[in-house]
Design a protein around this ligand. Structure first.
Ligand SMILES: Nc1ncnc2c1ncn2[C@@H]1O[C@H](COP(=O)(O)OP(=O)(O)OP(=O)(O)O)[C@@H](O)[C@H]1O
Ligand SMILES: [Mg+2]
Length: 222
């Protein structure tokens, strides 16, 4: 479902601030697998997510999503691939602060064939799962960190993507919310979704339904 073949990622190539973020990454995630990506801050976890989401291009090697190479496709094609296949929970949330919770999570569905009432139903369902219903019309700028994190989770899940990329999705959640996030992930796995999760949280390493653990240090898989 996801493959990185001999991938290097170099930022600012040829400039004095050149930075090799990833070196010779080979990684394979099969359909319906839950893969945990672990590594210290700065090791390259988010860089791997950016490559898989088509937000950055590899300097060398290939990135293959659902059988198709995305290493050289134009940004507009990468955006379509993200919309059709991926749900991404960004580490920095990437929410639109002036818009309400409802608008933030339903915006990705506007180009879809869904009707407004179908969209509303999907939004209400996911907000109930994440105990956010009472904030549905609140602008994101007024939400706490944990609430914003849950909006980011809701936005990633609402489109029922085949693949979920979750970058430190529990960093701002308390114990009870982490438990409900784990239930959500478990349900998604039961539905056949492929999940790649980056986290420092030792709770994830202990889960018996994690299929693969990848340790990364200084841009290299260990
Ligand atoms: N756009 C960029 N330009 C230059 N350097 C970058 C860029 N993005 C990331 N880096 C560098 O690449 C390295 C890997 O960063 P990355 O964000 O992938 O780490 P991470 O493992 O996700 O860390 P954290 O746990 O803190 O989120 C870091 O040294 C970072 O400073
Ligand atoms: Mg990161």
């Amino acid at each position: 479902m996801i493959r990185l073949d001999s991938v290097d990622l170099i930022f600012n190539s040829g400039l004095p601030n050149e930075m090799t973020a990833l070196k010779n990454i080979n990684l394979s995630v099969e359909k319906n697998e839950l893969t945990l990506l672990r590594g210290a801050s700065g090791s390259g976890k988010s860089s791997i997510f950016s490559l898989i989401a088509g937000l950055v291009k590899p300097s060398r090697g290939d990135v293959i999503i659902d059988g198709k190479s995305i290493a050289k496709i134009p940004d507009s094609f990468a955006a379509l691939m993200r919309r059709d296949k991926l749900g991404v929970i960004f580490q920095k949330f990437n929410l639109i602060h002036d818009l309400s919770v409802y608008d933030n999570i339903t915006l990705p569905l506007i180009p879809s064939a869904k009707t407004t009432s179908e969209i509303r139903l999907s939004a209400e369902k996911i907000l109930t799962d994440l105990t956010l219903t009472n904030k549905i019309n609140t602008a994101v700028r007024y939400l706490s960190g944990g609430e914003q994190q849950r909006v980011a989770i809701a936005r990633a899940l609402i489109n029922q993507p085949k693949i979920i990329l979750a970058d430190e999705p529990t960093a701002n959640l308390d114990q009870a919310l982490i438990e409900s996030f784990l239930h959500i992930i478990h349900d998604l796995k039961a539905k056949g979704i492929t999940i790649l999760l980056a986290s420092h949280d030792p709770r994830f390493s202990e889960l018996e339904w994690v299929d693969q653990v990848i340790d990364i240090a200084h841009g290299e898989i260990q």
